[in-house]
Design a protein around this ligand. Structure first.
Ligand code: MSP
Length: 524
C-alpha cells in the first residue's frame, strides 16, 4: 500500500488456497495474476490492497491430516506457511495473508451467522444430496459427468442425508439476477456471466451451511448450536471481508475505510469455483446487507497432457523449482503471456523456452543491451541529448508514448496476452528503427555525432517507456533497466513519467543482462 491516501483505492483478492496440497502452478498462476494486476494499478498511481491466504477447515483437510498421521492443526500450520513462503520466493507483493484459523476470523464468522439467524435467513431442515469432497460442495444432478463422476476431480458422489442448517439463498435469486443483468462487467470474461445467468434460470436452492459434529469437528462452531460446525465455503468466502477488518454484523456501522476498498473489490478466481463466488457469495452479502463485490475475474486451467493440473491427479509443475532455476521474471512472463485469460492453456517446457528466448532474450534483452552499450561507448555514461529529431524519430517516440494506453485497452477486456503482444510489437518496432538507422555505422563517423546522439536518445526514450510498462510483467528486469538508465525506480504513478520522458540529468549505470537465453531443462 502507498502512503498517498488521496489515491484511488483498489482491492484485489485471490482465492484462499486449500492446505491439503502444496502450492503448484495453478495456485501460483492465480497469485501471480493478482500481483500483476496490483503492479498495474500501482504504476497507474492507485492505492492497492492485495489479499491472499489459506482455507484451512473442511473435510479434505481432515482427510489429508489423517492420511499423514498429523492433527489438522499441525497440517494447516505447516502447509499455510509453505504458501506464505512460496509467494515470498516468487517475490509477490501480498498485503494481507489471511488464514481461516486466525481467532478474529472465528469471531467474525460467528457474528455474521448470528446476524443472519436473527433476521430469519437461517433455518433447520433435513437434507439429502450428492457431495463432492474435492469441491467441498453438493453438486446438483446435472453437475456430474456422463460416468456420474465429478468433472473436476474424477470422483464419485458421496450420498448424504442428514439434518442441517440452511441459508435462504433461494430468496435472493431475483435480486441476484437483477444485479448481473444491470452490472454487465460484474463477471469477466463475459462468457462466465452468461453461464451464471443461464444457471440462474433454474430455481435456486437454499444453501446447506452446517455440518454435524458427528461427521466433522474441524470447523467454526455455529453460535446458535454447539453440535454443528460451519460449512467450509461459508466460512472461507467471508475471508474477503475479514481481510478489511469486518467484524460480522452491521457492515454499514463499521469504520469507513472498509467501504472504500470494498467498493473497488476485485476477486480473481478459477472457473472451478465460479458457482461458489458468483452465486453463494453475493447472496451471502445480500443477506448480510453488504454491497456486492465489484468484479469477478475468472481464469481457466493450466493443463498437462489434457487434464487439469492438480495435486490429486499428480500432474503438477512446481512453481518454486521453475523460478529457482530460471528466475521469477521468466516464469511469470510465460504464464501471463501464454494463457488467454479465461481459457485453458498447456504448460510445456518447449513453449516456455521458446517464448522466453524469442520474446524476452531476443526482444527487450537484446535491444536494451545494444542501445545502452553504444550509448556508454560513445557518450561516456551520459544520456545523449538530441539536437534535432527527424520524422522517423518523432514517430517512434509518439508510438512509444501511446503504448501504455494501447496495452490498457486490452487489459481492461482481460486480454492480457494481447496487451503483452503489443508490448513485444513495440520492442520489435524499436529494433527496426535501430536497424534502419545503424548507430554502429554512425559511430564511426565523427561528423555524424549529432545524428548518433538523436538516434540513441530516441531509442533510450523507448527503453524508458519499456522499463515502466514492463514492471507488472517482469518486475526484476524493469527495475534493472530503470537503474541502467539512471532513473528513479519510483513505482507508484510511474506511468505518468512516460509523458515526461527521461530525466537526462542522470547518468547511465552498468549495462545489465536483462534476460539470458534459456536452455531446455533436464526434466529428470
Ligand atoms: N479453497 C478454495 C477457494 C476458497 S476462496 C473463498 C479453493 N482452493 S484451491 O486451492 O483448490 O484452488 C484455488 C484456486 O487455484 C482456484 O481458483 C483454482 O481454480 C486455482 N487452480 C487450481 N488448479 C488450477 C490449475 N491447474 N490451473 C489454474 N488454476 C487452478 O478452491
Amino acid at each position: 500500500m502507498t502512503k498517498n491516501t488521496n489515491a484511488s483505492p483498489y482491492m484485489l483478492t485471490t482465492p484462499i488456497y486449500y492446505v491439503n496440497a502444496k502450492p503448484h502452478l495453478g495456485h501460483a498462476y492465480t497469485t501471480i495474476m493478482g500481483d500483476f494486476l496490483k503492479k498495474l494499478a500501482l504504476i497507474e498511481g492507485k492505492r492497492v490492497l492485495f489479499v491472499t491466504g489459506t482455507d484451512e477447515h473442511g473435510e479434505k483437510i481432515v482427510q489429508k491430516a489423517t492420511a499423514e498421521g498429523k492433527t489438522p492443526k499441525e497440517l494447516v500450520d505447516e502447509v499455510s506457511s509453505e504458501f506464505r513462503s512460496a509467494w515470498e520466493k516468487l517475490a509477490l507483493d501480498v498485503d494481507v495473508f489471511y488464514r481461516t484459523t486466525q481467532p478474529d476470523h472465528y469471531k467474525m464468522v460467528q457474528n455474521a451467522l448470528q446476524f443472519l439467524k436473527d433476521k430469519g435467513d437461517i433455518y433447520f431442515a433435513e437434507y439429502e444430496g450428492k457431495y463432492c469432497v474435492g469441491c467441498e460442495r453438493f453438486r446438483t444432478d446435472s453437475e456430474w459427468n456422463e460416468e456420474g463422476l465429478c468433472p473436476d476431480h474424477q470422483t464419485p458422489p458421496d450420498l448424504r442425508k442428514e439434518p442441517n442448517y440452511f441459508f435462504k439463498m433461494g430468496s435472493y435469486q431475483k435480486e441476484l439476477i437483477k444485479h448481473y443483468e444491470s452490472n454487465l462487467e460484474a463477471i469477466e470474461p463475459s462468457q462466465y456471466r452468461q453461464e451464471v445467468l443461464s444457471f440462474l434460470k433454474q430455481p435456486l436452492e437454499d444453501l446447506n451451511i452446517s455440518r454435524p459434529k458427528t461427521r466433522l469437528t474441524w470447523g467454526i462452531e455455529l453460535p446458535f448450536d454447539k453440535d454443528y460446525v460451519t460449512y467450509v465455503w461459508f466460512d472461507a468466502l467471508l475471508n474477503y471481508l475479514g481481510a478489511i477488518g469486518y467484524e460480522g454484523g452491521d457492515f454499514a456501522a463499521q469504520r469507513e475505510f472498509k467501504n472504500e476498498f470494498w467498493a473497488e473489490s476485485h476477486h480473481l478466481i478459477g472457473k472451478d469455483i465460479l458457482k461458489t463466488h458468483a452465486i453463494y457469495w453475493p447472496t451471502m452479502l445480500m443477506g448480510l446487507e453488504v454491497p456486492v463485490f465489484k468484479k469477478l475475474h475468472v481464469g481457466g486451467f493450466w493443463m498437462n497432457k489434457g487434464l487439469k493440473m492438480s495435486k490429486s491427479l499428480g500432474n503438477v509443475v512446481d512453481p518454486i523449482k521453475v523460478s529457482e532455476h530460471f528466475g521469477v521474471d521468466f516464469f511469470r512472463y510465460f504464464l501471463l503471456r501464454e494463457m488467454s485469460f479465461g481459457s485453458d492453456a498447456n504448460f510445456t517446457w518447449e513453449a516456455f523456452i521458446a517464448r522466453c528466448n524469442s520474446e524476452l532474450a531476443n526482444g527487450l534483452g537484446n535491444l536494451a543491451s545494444r542501445v545502452l552499450k553504444l550509448s556508454q561507448k560513445n557518450f561516456e555514461m551520459k544520456i545523449p541529448s538530441a539536437s534535432g529529431l527527424n520524422d522517423q524519430d518523432k514517430a517512434l517516440v509518439s508510438a512509444m508514448k501511446a503504448l501504455p494506453a494501447k496495452m490498457a485497452q486490452e487489459f481492461e477486456q482481460c486480454r492480457y496476452h494481447i496487451g503483452i503482444g503489443h508490448f513485444n510489437e513495440a520492442v520489435a518496432e524499436c529494433d527496426r528503427y535501430i536497424n534502419d538507422n545503424k548507430p554502429w555505422v554512425l559511430a564511426k563517423d565523427p561528423e555524424q555525432k549529432d545524428r548518433l546522439a538523436s538516434v540513441l536518445r530516441t531509442a533510450m526514450e523507448a527503453l524508458h517507456v519499456f522499463s515502466i510498462v514492463s514492471y507488472p510483467l517482469t518486475p526484476e528486469a524493469s527495475l534493472k533497466l530503470q537503474e541502467a538508465l539512471g532513473q528513479s525506480g519510483e513505482i507508484v504513478g510511474a506511468l505518468f513519467r512516460v509523458d515526461t520522458g527521461l530525466d537526462a540529468t542522470r547518468s547511465l549505470t552498468e549495462v545489465p543482462q536483462l534476460f539470458p537465453r534459456l536452455e531446455l531443462p533436464d526434466l529428470e
